[in-house]
Design a protein around this ligand. Sequence first.
Ligand SMILES: [Zn+2]
Length: 135
Amino acid sequence: MPPLRGTVEYKRPRAAVERLLVELALDGHHVPQSSAVFYANRLHGSTSTGLRSDHQGPGRYAWAADIPVSRHADGDAIASDIAWSLGLSWTGAGLFDQTIGNTRWQLIWLYPGHFDHVHIGGRRVDMVAPPVTFA
Ligand SMILES: [Zn+2]
């Protein structure tokens, strides 16, 4: 399967995140299945600061996945693979935002609350926010 890099014509964040998970799995990473991400997102709620989370969808507007990691090196590899696939200028750690085309991507790793999982989320910047799927 070709890398996602350069294929940001994926207009739906959920489709892009799910494709990322498939590519990570094909690269040998241990990642949650799309159905597990869906159920996790349904339970997620807003961000720790009370803001709307990408996890809350709806998938045509925003979507996010948390990828559990048990070893530091796995998180490094997953985050860098995600960054490569999306074409992000990731530097290796932290809370990172970058807008490409119509989507604001957020990659979080080695940041408070994100030492045991890698977060990847996308949100459309070219549409009015619809109601959250999972309130
Ligand atoms: Zn998350």
